[in-house]
Ligand binder design. Structure first.
Ligand SMILES: NC(=O)c1ccc[n+]([C@@H]2O[C@H](COP(=O)([O-])OP(=O)(O)OC[C@H]3O[C@@H](n4cnc5c(N)ncnc54)[C@H](OP(=O)(O)O)[C@@H]3O)[C@@H](O)[C@H]2O)c1
Length: 328
């Protein structure tokens, strides 16, 4: 039976995404076939579609989804047909009604979570897990510490606001409008700065009494990088994990010297290198949702046929929180 999937023949604007009929075969050894209910929309999809990150063409798109297992290949023991599952992983190709992928990337979705939530939380929630729990400054983070989190009203951002609050951190949010700042505050940010209007580095200095923050989590990239370094206190950690405004130009290493700063450029997919690591991170995310610390809300839903509009909305900064594609 043929399925429907987004395919790209080359990199470019949203119009390069075309829906095509595709054949999805049986899973091979170590693989699983999933009938997908929903796929997550993520900013990484935009980097890949537009050519900021190079994909071998032709290609599918999408790295996050949820659905029901239809078939498992030889050697797969943790999943069975009929299981509800979710994932954030390579290979690319989540914008599809059904797909085959390595079973080690796929976890069972707790009954209490909908497929929509599964598709909205895996890539974004596991990212927040590794950022706030594993990407830490010297001496770690303690309750009461200030951290700065850019684009805090976005998909990753709203989960980070909630998780940081549960850890007792004082998360200083930035966002591109007053309404987005309000949203970040409602999700647990201690303070919010509209960085389209105010100089965020000056505001952070005021808020922290001149000291600066222990960590900056910066996914905005080119337009914020320099200001972010200025927000850090001595021996602080700069976490550059995205480039929504453009790729960060090469950094002269001496820029870190005055304050003895640490700089890292992490990727979720390094953290998901084994089935055990993926499951452990997912278990922690699911427990944060179960105990009520983190609520997973879907702010924008799109039909597969409207995928081009979904990308236009994300790129133009008109979305907040998580966006998903509805598939079956
Ligand atoms: N390295 C990793 O492991 C990893 C994993 C997941 C996500 N990420 C990164 O985390 C970021 C958030 O991902 P997401 O999927 O949740 O997206 P998102 O935050 O929902 O959307 C990106 C946000 O970036 C802000 N932004 C600032 N300048 C922008 C510009 N010039 N153009 C477009 N947006 C701009 C916008 O918020 P404002 O209007 O409020 O500024 C926009 O809503 C992305 O950069 C993504 O690549 C990295």
């Amino acid at each position: 039976m043929s399925e429907r999937a987004v395919r790209l023949a080359q990199a470019g604007g949203p119009e390069v995404m075309q829906i095509q009929a595709v054949e999805v075969g049986d899973p091979g050894p170590g693989e699983v076939r999933i009938r997908q209910r929903a796929a997550g929309l993520n900013f990484i999809d935009i980097y890949q579609r537009s050519g900021v990150y190079n994909l071998p063409m032709p290609s599918g798109l999408g790295m996050e989804g949820a659905g029901i297992v239809e078939a498992v290949g030889e050697g797969v023991t943790h999943l069975k047909p009929g299981y509800r599952v979710a994932y954030a992983s390579n290979p690319i190709g989540a914008y599809a009604t059904a797909r085959v992928l390595p079973a080690r990337c796929v976890v069972r979705l707790p009954e209490s979570l909908s497929f929509e939530q599964g598709a909205a939380m895996m890539l974004k929630g596991l990212t927040v897990q590794y950022l706030l729990r594993k990407t830490l400054p010297q001496g770690g983070l303690q309750a009461g510490d200030f951290v700065l989190f850019h684009a805090a009203a976005g998909g990753v951002g709203l989960i980070a606001c909630q998780w940081a609050k549960a850890l007792g951190l004082r998360l200083i949010a930035t966002a591109g409008s007053d309404a987005k700042c309000e949203l970040a505050l409602r999700h647990g940010a201690a303070v919010a700065i509209n960085y389209q209007r105010d100089n965020f580095a000056d505001r952070v200095k005021e808020i922290t009494g001149g000291e600066g923050v222990k960590v900056v989590y910066d996914s905005v990239g080119a337009s914020t990088f320099e200001g972010s370094l200025a927000c850090l206190r001595a021996f602080g950690l700069m976490v550059s994990f995205g480039n929504a405004s453009g790729v960060v130009p090469p950094v002269p290493i001496g820029a870190l010297a005055a304050k003895g700063l640490y700089l890292t450029r992490p990727s979720l997919f390094q953290h998901l290198s084994s089935r055990e690591a993926t499951q452990a991170m997912a278990d922690e995310l699911f427990s944060m949702v179960h105990n009520g610390s983190v609520k997973i809300e879907v702010e924008q839903r799109y039909a597969l046929d409207d995928v081009q509009q979904a990308h236009r909305d994300m790129e133009s900064r008109s979305t907040t929180g998580a966006s998903i594609l509805l598939l079956n």
